[in-house]
Design a protein around this ligand. Structure first.
Ligand code: DX5
Ligand code: ZN
Length: 212
């Protein structure tokens, strides 16, 4: 069954209460969107805020670093004992950071932006655990799903299966009960969803609709 990683980027009020509420749902992961104001225009959470999240949840963490220079972030976020740390393919020296994350015994993800061709990462798939396909421009919650992401998922699924690789395909941005079906049928394993879940009072109802 598809796994759900809930992005907490769009939670506005009662932040910690809502983290506790999420802890009582069936979400598989909590997705932490970390932005530096350089790789993307906005800044998001501080490390201290994410430490508070960690203290208030039993869920596995899925860290998405939208930052140009991830070294310091990786060395901080390792302390939250995340399941995955994902960096972007479009930054300098990404190969070096793959090795750094691996050396910490954390699973490593590589994310590609909407304008990056998925074929570009085929030759590094044997080094990583997860590909995060951005289905919106990184930087903001609540955007519309870019349809061409579906073709990327299909190509990646075909390549992974044909080469017997063990790599998860995660999709992030504009996921709702329609786009989730398209992504699942195309072969994705993990859906990241933010506003569709957290802009609603009943988180678990929304999560159930995504899994269908
Ligand atoms: C965008 C982030 C996403 C986003 C998802 O830069 O990486 O995780 O917050 O939010 P929704 O589901 O609202 O598109
Ligand atoms: Zn994200």
């Amino acid at each position: 069954m598809v796994q759900i990683s809930t992005s907490i980027l769009s939670i506005k009020d009662n932040f910690i209460d809502n983290i506790k509420k999420l802890d009582n749902t069936s979400t598989d992961y909590i997705h932490l969107d970390i932005m530096d104001g350089n790789f993307v225009p906005n800044k998001s959470f501080s490390y201290e805020e994410m430490l508070e999240v960690k203290k208030n949840t039993t869920k596995k963490l899925d860290v998405h670093l939208m930052v140009s220079n991830p070294k310091g972030y990786i060395n901080s976020y390792k302390n939250l004992n995340p399941e995955y740390i994902t960096i972007h393919y479009e930054i300098e020296d990404y190969l070096k950071y793959i090795d750094l994350i691996k050396s910490l015994n954390i699973k490593v993800g590589i994310s590609i932006k909407p304008n990056t061709n998925v074929e570009e990462i085929f030759d590094i798939l044997d080094k990583i655990d997860l590909v995060l396909i951005m289905s919106v421009e990184p930087g903001l919650g609540g955007q519309k799903f870019i349809e061409s992401s579906i073709a990327k998922i299909k190509k990646l699924r075909k390549y992974i299966d044909e080469n017997n690789l063990v790599v998860q395909i995660e999709v992030d941005g504009g996921i709702n009960d329609n786009t989730s079906k398209l992504c699942i049928n195309a072969g994705c394993n993990i859906l990241v969803s933010g506003s569709y879940i957290t802009n609603n009072e009943f988180y678990e109802e929304q999560i159930k609709k995504l899994r269908k």
